[in-house]
Write a protein of this length. Structure first.
Length: 441
């Protein structure tokens, strides 16, 4: 559908800025305006959620076929995360009766991730992932709320799902986050999206690096501004370094450690260098994720018939399901390679755990003040929601939904092979609780 020419990709990378480090003076649209809950007057017949493929195809039979450009992919077609997006696109195409087709921009070859928000606004890309923290001046509220996502259970299956659901629900339930995206020309589909939640401290030395004494004098690469504050609190020194520079940085000793994703342990070649990994044992006592967002260009969204909007919106649970599962595959592969290379996985000592929790408390207080200045309603309750909803989702996931509490990073490969976890029950529960009220009707 996007046929306009694209400007050349920029090669620069942005260091993610935390909300308390960037003023939230930029005004967002009034709460409730364009909150993403309506179809915006879309025409044509609608389809009930949960309807079969034939119902969508029938409702879309009079729609002209369109090709949507998908951006925000940071890896090539063989990577599990990108394959998940391709599988999602194939599902939507099939359900639409072939009315939708998709062009995927692998590895950001045409539009890099830091340009995605602008590309969606301008219609150069139709749909995909963008990072509010890359443009904090344009997304001060999403950046601020998202930076509070330092909490969460640290387990690699149930914990990841609980964090995904918690952050996603808060994003959908914060009107200012939705209105802010609309103001930027993006219709939010998943306004705060965390399917990974696997950022850990990995070190080239054998360690362990789990106490303040052991971390003292250690340097570590960071990928987000707030991570620098965390590192200083636990005794280490942060170093700003882009992902492409990281392998050589570790190899040459420019940094001792990296705050990095477990999913990239093997694909990034870090299995050749890393000898130890430190993990938190309590909720909030580890490095949190910087949420991304999934959105569709308002120009594209408003051109679609109602059933087309409903299909795209409903399919977000398919995308989440596929990306959660792809993460388990990458992380299980990392666990296998860690065992082969005798990488030591150790939990933080009590002094470091306390430092994590103390930092999170003071950081949240600063962000809350900034959100209040930006006019966010009930800003003082948002930080607490990460704890409250996190506990609720953890109880739901490890209770009625039947997922185990006992997955560990070191043995994830054998546990996943044995248990064969599926994300479908979780994403269905998430849709019913958080997404259904915003469905276009």
């Amino acid at each position: 559908m996007t046929t306009t020419s694209r400007r050349p990709s920029r090669t620069g990378r942005f260091l993610i800025g935390a909300a308390m480090l960037m003023p939230l003076a930029a005004a967002c649209a009034p709460p409730g305006a364009d909150d993403g809950g309506a179809g915006g007057g879309a025409q044509g017949p609608g389809v009930e959620y949960g309807a079969d493929d034939k119902a969508y195809a029938e409702a879309l039979k009079d729609m002209d076929p369109v090709t949507l450009d998908v951006g925000g992919l940071t890896t090539g077609p063989k990577d599990p995360s990108s394959k998940a997006v391709k599988d999602w696109a194939d599902r939507v195409e099939e359900r639409s009766g072939g009315k939708f087709t998709f062009r995927l921009d692998y590895s950001g070859a045409k539009v890099p991730l830091d340009d995605m928000a602008a590309a969606l606004k301008q219609g150069r890309v139709d749909i995909g992932m963008y990072i509010p923290a890359y443009q904090p001046e344009s997304f001060p509220v999403a950046n601020g709320v998202g930076s509070l996502a330092l909490a969460g259970q640290g387990t690699p299956v149930s914990g990841r799902m609980a964090t995904f659901a918690t952050v996603g629900e808060i994003g959908l339930n914060t009107p200012e986050v939705l209105a802010e995206a609309e103001k930027q020309g993006i219709h939010p589909l998943m306004p705060l999206y965390v399917p990974a939640h696997d950022t850990k401290l990995m070190c080239a030395g054998e360690g362990p690096y789990v106490s303040k004494t052991q971390l003292n004098g250690t340097t570590a690469r960071i990928s987000a501004a707030h991570q620098g504050g965390v590192l200083k609190t636990i005794g280490a020194s942060p170093v700003s370094m882009t992902f492409p520079e990281l392998f050589q940085g570790l190899q040459r000793g420019a940094v001792d450690c990296a705050v990095n994703s477990v999913s990239s342990f093997t694909s990034g070649g870090f299995d050749q260098l890393i000898k130890s990994m430190s993990v938190g044992s309590e909720p909030g006592a580890d490095f949190g994720e910087t949420p991304s967002s999934y959105g569709i260009s308002k120009k594209t969204w408003e051109s679609l018939p109602l059933a087309g909007q409903q299909l795209i919106y409903d399919s977000m649970v398919d995308l989440a399901e596929l990306q959660l599962a792809s993460g388990w595959a990458s992380q299980a592969e990392a666990a296998t390679n860690m065992r082969k290379r005798d990488v030591k996985v150790t939990e933080y000592d009590a002094d470091v755990t306390k430092a994590f929790l103390d930092f999170r408390k003071s950081f949240a207080a600063g962000v809350t003040k900034d959100l209040e200045k930006a006019g966010v309603k009930d800003a003082n309750t948002i930080s607490g929601q990460f704890d409250t909803l996190g506990e609720e989702w953890w109880s739901e996931i490890t209770g009625p939904l039947g997922y185990s509490k006992d997955y560990t990073w070191a043995d994830l490969d054998t546990q996943v092979a044995k248990e064969k976890p599926e994300a479908r029950p979780l994403v269905e529960a998430f849709y019913d609780k958080a997404m259904k009220q915003h469905r276009p009707e």
